[in-house]
Design a protein around this ligand. Sequence first.
Ligand code: NAD
Length: 311
Amino acid sequence: MKILVTGGAGFIGSHLVDRLLERNNRVVCVDNFILGRREHLKDAMENPNFSLHELDLLELDKLDELFDQENFDAVFHLAANSDIRAGTESTERDLKLTFMTSYHVLECMQRYDVKKILFASTGAIFGDREERLKEESVALPESLYGASKLASEAFIYAFSGLYDIQAWICRFPNVVGDRSTHGIIFDLLEKLDGDPANLEVLGDGKQSKPYMYVHELIQALLYIFENADEKINVFNIGPSDQTSVAEIAQLVLEGYGAKQEIMYTGGTQGWKGDVPRYEYDTQKLQKLGWGPPTTSFEAVRLAVRKVIETR
Ligand SMILES: NC(=O)c1ccc[n+]([C@@H]2O[C@H](COP(=O)([O-])OP(=O)(O)OC[C@H]3O[C@@H](n4cnc5c(N)ncnc54)[C@H](O)[C@@H]3O)[C@@H](O)[C@H]2O)c1
């Protein structure tokens, strides 16, 4: 298959590019490098089945030209604003980077008759909910990031019906692992580098979410893409347990070899717009035949080690 991966120089996108190339696909990556890194694509650049286009998805004309030149079989759309906190400081950031990028991808798919899209969605669409979240649970996002992902899902539904596009909407949990350039493990390590005397942790440490190692997430995405065959396939992906921020801070301190006191800033939310806890119901994915080999806690432990080794 010839697959367009948007955001392919990012943390998750670059791992996805590597796995797709291993499976002998032809992969075209688009990234504008606002958050992605060229070194993530070091191995891919040596593969003749790979090409990289430094392009901003907000420039519709340029994206149109690319779709015109290439004959894509599918799009894996991962480009977005992954800096959720930055998206609470500017109300435009997620509208453009998380929603308009999706709209432009769909618009070009419609123009050039590309029939398959896998979309990187998120638990942030649901907001702060008490229940274990099923695929059909009511979504009430608290961040503009969550709202923009939910709006992208809605556009995918409408484009799918109007232009006969098959869609795989995958709601990721918190993803951890090597090549991450953001997220809690990365942030805590940066803080320790800056002030090895204290470790400041946002919130009360009780925020608790499901974490998955990036390689397992990619396995899940490819499994869903290859095995779910409805017109629109929606899946919540994650382990069945959660890990608290306090547990993660402790694992980071141990991994860093530091003995600092952890200073919690207090409050139930890490920052405005943060969802302090969520739990996925992943029965639908299990019925399809896939469950993650490791728990959330093990994923975090492994990621702390890998991020420290590779930074
Ligand atoms: N990391 C997580 O825990 C997590 C959780 C849920 C969902 N997701 C979703 O998975 C996807 C990948 O996340 P990630 O953690 O790898 O983030 P990332 O920031 O590493 O990757 C996103 C990539 O998109 C690129 N990009 C952004 N705007 C662009 C634009 N206008 N044009 C071209 N490229 C653009 C960035 O440069 C970056 O390389 C995102 O859609 C994110 O919302 C991630």
